[in-house]
Design a protein around this ligand. Structure first.
Ligand SMILES: [Zn+2]
Length: 80
């Protein structure tokens, strides 16, 4: 891992659904990711410049991993 991780884990409340697959996550561990409007992809909290952030959204752990991988690939391609 090259970047310092700012991961934010918590346990889902009744209102939390996975932003990726829509699964009800109540009572499960979730990971909050921040939406980067430059590339429409999700990063760990703090990984997006403040003026580009669309806010944080909850994900199941497996989906979060998938999304982070996508974002890394996009950033790599775009050299942002
Ligand atoms: Zn999901």
């Amino acid at each position: 891992m090259s970047r310092k991780s700012n991961t934010w884990y918590r346990v889902a409340t009744i209102d939390d659904r996975c932003q990726c697959c829509g699964r009800d996550l109540y009572g499960h561990a979730i990971r909050m990711l921040e939406l980067d409007q430059r590339i429409d992809a999700y990063h760990d909290l703090g990984g997006v410049p403040e003026n580009q952030s669309q806010g944080a959204f909850p994900f199941g752990l497996a989906c979060a991993k998938k999304k982070l991988k996508q974002a890394e690939k996009l950033l790599d391609e775009l050299k942002l």
